[in-house]
Write a protein of this length. Sequence first.
Length: 294
Amino acid sequence: MNTKLLRSLQVFTAVTDSGSMSVAARELHMTVSAISQQLRKLEHDIGLSLFNRNTRSLSLTEAGRIYYETSKQMLQTAELAQQKIESLQDDPTGKINIVAPEGFGGGLLSEPLKKLCEEFPKITISLTVTDEPKDIIASSADLVLCFAPVSDTNFSSLQLATWARILCVSAEHPLANTKLSSPEQLVDHAYIAHRHVEDYVMAHKDGRDYELDTQRIDVNSMQTLIKLTQDGLGYAVLPEPEVRHLLRSGDMKQLFVDWTLPDYTVYAVTPKRDLVPAKISAAITCLQGLFAQI
């Protein structure tokens, strides 16, 4: 299929799905003027208006609604053809769209992506890191890293690794130099929590437990949570692999080492396909191997 036409159809469906040229431009890494130009050319080629336009919104014309359904089918057919071609290739090739939790931007993906690029020079990667809830279908991702399997039957979930959570504080925070015998001593200090994570319960081997549920500050970003803790604003539950370097350097200290917090599991979620592209298999194998070493 004509690649220029495919690009125009991608632009058209992105604008239709989002209802905004500016949103579609961000998703497709294009300018708004380039989006507008693509739509005008598409309308000129078919000889009909696809959108009703006003200063506030876009809506499909009758022709636009018909063309939208056809466009989706054509794009799905083209994608399936590409997947079949890629599955026949000995060397994984093509672009991989990966969505990962924002905390992974702190370095957890550096080695896997480096290895992927070194071993498979024909692969290109588009990485989006976010801690905001994200619809996997809308993201158009080939591979999503998340902390829970997806129940939707249209997706496959594969467990990659299980890591520890620990209670941390800055080495400069008063708690770092306080003799701690009971979690109740935490109540006089600020608890910083992640907005999209449940309350944690610490457990001791003698059967005691303590719920961390009185947050003073909540944030929507793991990297921000780590930074605020490092800067001494309070204590926080943090993923051990993401702060290991800070513990080793002495910038952070783990509190209540005799108490445990729930582990967390990382899953690779992919759209369910009859044929898994070689590039996706290569990415998952790479992640599994290196995550197992963390």
